[in-house]
Design a protein around this ligand. Structure first.
Ligand code: 5GP
Ligand code: ZN
Length: 113
């Protein structure tokens, strides 16, 4: 837990969010500035700055499983969705607590900008 980290403060409920799923390892909540009709962020409960800092398969697996779970529960699994992890500057990361974007509910374009 880092008290200066926005997503740690969401995990501890100091900052309000619209939570859609939770387990021992991860929390999922709606993105405050959705880029698609369905846009959820899945974060590990322990503070990890970026994908570069993941060193255990438990965390990586838990994030992937919860991403698929929220897509299923959000009704976008069959129509399709995209999972994105932005990393550092060129990746467009703006919050330095690892998070998986889960986007769906519309046809997503490729390649990304
Ligand atoms: P990044 O740019 O780091 O990949 O993604 C950060 C995401 O966090 C953005 O999509 C942004 O809209 C979202 N975000 C930033 N601040 C908040 C907040 O206070 N609450 C929620 N729910 N999402 C946030
Ligand atoms: Zn954090």
């Amino acid at each position: 837990m880092s008290k200066h980290c926005l997503f740690c403060r969401i995990i501890s409920r100091e900052v309000a969010s619209d939570i859609v799923a939770e387990n021992d390892d991860c929390l999922a909540f709606k993105d405050a500035d959705p880029q698609a009709p369905f846009h959820v962020l899945v974060v590990p409960k322990k503070h990890i700055s970026s994908l570069n800092d993941v060193d255990d398969a438990q965390t990586a697996g838990a994030l992937a499983l919860m991403a698929a779970q929220v897509a299923r529960e959000g009704g976008v699994a069959d129509s399709g969705y995209r999972t994105v992890i932005n990393t550092n500057g060129n990746g467009g990361q703006s919050v330095f607590h690892l998070h998986v974007h889960v986007l769906g509910g519309r046809k997503l374009t490729w390649p990304p900008g």
